[in-house]
Design a protein around this ligand. Structure first.
Ligand code: ZN
Length: 183
């Protein structure tokens, strides 16, 4: 697209006036063209990083809920307290945590759930004598059937004083009570 007309233009990068060889030339030189390209690439990268940061900052708590291993920050977010409070709980040995390296402490989700569900041991609920295992769900069965988390289920059980029957490593809850509550 060469022409014989002389076109005076302003370089898009250095703002110097130059004589363009074609109507579409935007830069005074290869150097300016390449610097401009690099600058645009850099800006695109910065923008991508900023978007990523924003996404991370607004990361919903749901993400944390799905994690098996939690940071102190995660635990603080989950239970709604400061990180220092979490460290205090860990230091009091009530919550098991592992220091995988300096300044990096991880907490297993199951340990957190255990900590949260710790309560004074109650004698077996008198009602439980009326239920046999076949009349009960395991906690996992309830979670699957009603699609609720372990923590949520434990809250339901605790709040409603649902009798829990222990057998081996499993805890059972009466089907009739659970169905009535969660249906
Ligand atoms: Zn230029």
């Amino acid at each position: 697209m060469s022409s014989n007309i002389i076109i005076q233009r302003i370089c898009n990068y250095c703002n110097n006036e130059f004589t363009a060889k074609t109507t579409t030339t935007q830069y005074c030189s290869q150097i300016c063209a390449s610097r401009s390209y690099k600058a645009r690439m850099r800006n695109a990268k910065i923008e991508a990083i900023q978007t990523e940061t924003k996404k991370k900052l607004s990361k919903p708590i749901e993400d944390i809920k799905g994690k098996e291993f939690l940071s102190v920050r995660d635990v603080a977010k989950l239970i709604g307290c400061s990180r220092q409070a979490v460290y205090n709980i860990i230091n009091s040995k009530r919550l098991h945590a592992v220091n995988i390296m300096e300044k990096k402490t991880i907490i297993k989700r199951s340990d957190l759930d255990k900590f949260l569900s710790i309560q004074p041991l109650k004698p077996v609920h008198p009602d439980s004598v009326h239920y046999t295992i076949s009349e009960c769900y395991t906690l996992t069965e309830v979670q699957k059937k009603y699609n609720i988390s372990e923590t949520a289920l434990q809250n339901v059980v605790r709040r409603n004083s649902i009798p829990k029957i222990k057998s081996g490593i499993y805890s059972f809850v009466p089907k009739t009570i659970i169905d009535k509550l969660l249906n």
